[in-house]
Ligand binder design. Structure first.
Ligand SMILES: *Cc1c(COP(=O)(O)O)cnc(C)c1O
Length: 431
């Protein structure tokens, strides 16, 4: 007799109904995958291994037999993702964005190295910080980097302009000149505006310092040509998550556009070893087929999709702000990405307001805003428009959503109206 899984299936069905049909999902790091992306992942590959590379000349080959079909898929996705991003090299094996960063850290950095990156309170990702993989990798003799102590001298933060939403390129260059780091990292998690990558990378090139651009959040916007173009602006590597603005399965990717054999040897070979055996062995083969599908979807619809994501974020920002719920970075048009940051200190702070919104089936996360000091009492909400854009919401729907959020933030029960609004946007677009 087969095991009873009715209870489990009931939970899955409830999740499906709730998160695909009832809630308005504004979590900036999430997206909804197309039926085709979901369909191709339920396969035999979920039980298989394929370490190494597809059987291609000049590369380390597979360590397992039985891989001829995953070889086909892995070559296919590598080729197609290179085409989409105009890249010469792609590693599609990291199982998440953090694993992609881990690969670079393990392959390239050593204890005692210096790194310049965004701080977490400037919106940087925790993996770049003292307790993340970058910080831990450059520790000497296994000691935790303590910021503000002399042990912290190897991790430096990118200086910001006064508004705290932009990196100050000139000051960043001066810092890099002074500390001569082994690596500069740009890109972050509260990512409203492009980084001054061209200026910084041009300077780094004169000192032969590689630049890692972390595109975890904005990979889909880059694929659609609507953010910045890191591989043309001088990034040595671009890492990303394939499930945030890029609407694929949960995985990661490393891309480069290294021309010379010397550069490839110096920067790509270390990334390769950092991925395997560094940060993964089996690489969750079944989800690779889903990445092929999402790559094709972005090739066909990426421009249109990314444009609408950004228009929606700007429209939602404007509408909330005009209603009287203050949105950050007003003087810069709120955002040039899929994210806006809203200040809800006046209504109980981020933690409390995020819960209140969840009770109304509006799902998002609280976030520290520049100037916040207590991580347990953040004053902001981070809001992303990728998923609702995919379900067809436009600027007008953003206006309706802003009114519901505005009311819910102030304690009004709007759950019924949230369900009514959501019920008009159930079919997936751009697929
Ligand atoms: C989300 C994020 C990551 C981690 O990505 P995962 O795919 O969740 O591992 C890395 N860097 C930045 C800047 C991020 O925002």
């Amino acid at each position: 007799m087969t095991v009873d899984i009715h209870d489990l299936e009931a939970i899955l069905a409830r999740q499906e109904e709730w998160r695909q049909k009832q809630t308005i999902n504004l979590i900036a790091s999430e997206n909804a995958q197309s039926p085709a992306v979901r369909r191709v992942q339920n396969s035999d590959f979920m039980g298989r291994y394929a370490e190494g590379h597809p059987n291609e000349p000049g590369k380390v080959l597979r360590y397992y037999q039985g891989t001829k079909y995953i070889d086909e898929i892995e070559s296919m996705v590598t080729r197609e993702i290179c085409e989409l991003f105009g890249a010469k090299q792609a590693d599609v094996r990291p199982i998440s964005g953090n694993a992609a960063n881990t690969a670079i850290a393990l392959g390239y950095l050593r204890g005692g190295d210096a790194v310049v990156a965004n701080s977490t309170d400037a919106g940087g990702h925790i993996s770049h910080g003292p307790v993340g993989v970058i910080g831990r990798r450059i520790q000497n003799r296994g000691q935790l980097l303590k910021l503000g102590s002399e042990k912290s001298v190897h991790l430096h933060y990118l200086p910001l302009t006064e508004d705290r939403y932009h990196v100050d390129a000139q000051k960043a260059i001066e810092l890099i000149d002074t500390v001569s780091p082994q690596l500069v990292i740009m890109g972050k998690s509260l990512f409203l505006f492009p980084e001054p990558l061209s200026e910084v990378a041009a300077f780094c090139q004169t000192k032969k310092i590689p630049v890692l651009y972390d595109a975890a959040h904005v990979l889909g916007l880059i694929a659609g040509g609507q953010f910045q173009d890191p591989l043309r602006e001088g990034a040595t590597w671009m890492t990303g998550s394939t499930h945030k603005t890029f609407p694929g399965p949960q995985r990661g990717v490393i891309l480069s556009n290294l021309e010379s054999p010397e550069a490839e040897k110096k920067y790509w070979a270390v990334a390769d070893r950092g991925v395997f055996p560094g940060s993964s062995s089996n690489h969750h083969l079944h989800s690779l087929a889903g990445l092929v599908v999402a790559t094709r979807e972005m090739k066909q619809y990426g421009r249109e999709y990314a444009q609408q994501i950004i228009r929606n974020a700007q429209a939602l920002g404007r509408a909330l702000d005009e209603l009287g719920t203050p949105v950050e970075a007003r003087e810069f048009g709120y955002t040039q990405s899929h994210i806006i940051a809203v200040n809800v200190a006046e209504w109980g702070g981020g933690v409390e307001v995020a819960k209140r919104l969840e009770e109304n089936d509006i799902i998002l996360n609280y976030n520290m805003l520049p100037g916040d000091s207590d991580p347990r009492n953040p004053s902001g909400l981070r809001i992303g428009t990728s998923e609702m854009t995919r379900f067809g919401m436009d600027e007008k729907a953003m206006g309706e959503l802003a009114q519901l959020m505005h009311d819910a933030i102030r304690g009004k029960d709007v759950k019924e109206e949230v369900h009514r609004l959501r019920s008009r946007f159930l079919d997936m677009k751009y697929v």
